[in-house]
Design a protein around this ligand. Structure first.
Ligand SMILES: [Fe+2]
Ligand SMILES: [Fe+2]
Length: 294
């Protein structure tokens, strides 16, 4: 038998160390992915063009970003504003798991009975309890992790009934008994109210995502080393438009003050969203980043 030279032994030793390190790295990456829950939160979907864009693209987007849960604000998903059973069904078919609401949730009568039948179609939680629907849900991912989603309405220039801050206090305590993974859609006009609300619940919920203004802000961050936040996630709809609406309609309203029907714009669409990673065992947000598609 020919004895191996020193150089050959060293090379073999280095190879087995490299292989060991590779396996450890892979193990850590897989473990981290198992602990992390990834949420794709999509900004206000506007009318037929917005829902069609998601029908055409969301399943691929879901795969591309490895989202475990997809949440979308759907209060403007019907043509002519509000939400209809038809537009909600389109969003669910497109791959949205939970639809949140806002000040336009009850604009269309057809949704009143439908919303009572749909566990994952939400209206603002701080409306009176005797209006149709529910303001929060607890969803279970394919991996078996639970996540609570709350639809909350701000008060500045909007018609919220109960104080969002006090409502959040009550709800967070109640929901935390079931899961620490909590996402709040805070549907509000004022940037100051959105930030104040997020700071108020920081450390108690996984993320606060602002909706309603249809313009994405560039201020995503983690508050109190725990809670992901963005002032507004933006919208999903036609790019060459005013907030998803035909430009002429909005300009006519501003220049005449006459009542105007807002028609959906037509043309190429974009999707504004954020990706939120949370540690599914503790509820802590580990990353939030903007995620947009055209
Ligand atoms: Fe909206
Ligand atoms: Fe709104």
């Amino acid at each position: 038998m020919i004895p191996l030279g020193k150089g050959v032994v060293n090379r073999k030793f280095k190879k087995s160390i490299d292989f060991f390190c590779f396996r450890v790295t892979m193990f850590l990456a897989i473990t981290e992915r198992l602990i992390l829950m990834r949420i794709l939160f999509i900004g206000d979907v506007v009318s037929g063009p917005g829902t069609t864009f998601l029908l055409d693209n969301l399943w691929n987007i879901r795969k591309e970003c490895s989202a475990d849960v997809v949440i979308a604000n759907g209060e403007n998903s019907a043509d002519g504003n509000g939400i209809l059973p038809f537009s909600a069904d389109r969003l669910f078919s497109a791959g949205v798991d939970i639809i949140t609401g806002g000040n336009h949730s009850f604009r269309r009568r057809e949704i009143y009975s439908y919303i009572d039948e749909q566990e994952y179609l939400l209206r603002p939680v701080n409306y009176p309890t005797d209006v149709p629907g529910c303001g929060y849900c607890i969803y279970t991912t394919d991996r078996g992790d639970k996540i609570a989603v709350i639809s909350m309405l701000g008060t500045y220039m909007l018609d919220a009934f109960d104080c969002p801050f006090k409502t959040a206090d009550r709800l967070i305590e109640k929901i935390s008994e079931q899961t620490k993974n909590i996402i709040i859609d805070f549907h509000a006009e004022a940037t100051s109210e959105k930030r104040a609300f997020a700071e108020y619940v920081a450390g108690r919920v996984s993320a606060v995502v602002g909706t309603h203004t249809h313009v994405q802000t560039a201020d995503e961050k983690i508050l109190s080393d725990y809670t992901g936040f963005i002032t507004d996630v933006g919208m999903t709809g036609v790019i060459d438009s005013i907030l998803g609406v035909k430009k002429e309609d909005v300009i006519y309203r501003f220049t005449t003050k006459m009542p105007t029907r807002f028609n959906a714009a037509t043309g190429d669409c974009e999707m504004n969203g954020v990706l939120i990673d949370i540690d599914a065992k503790t509820g802590k947000c580990t990353n939030i980043e903007r995620y947009n598609k055209k």
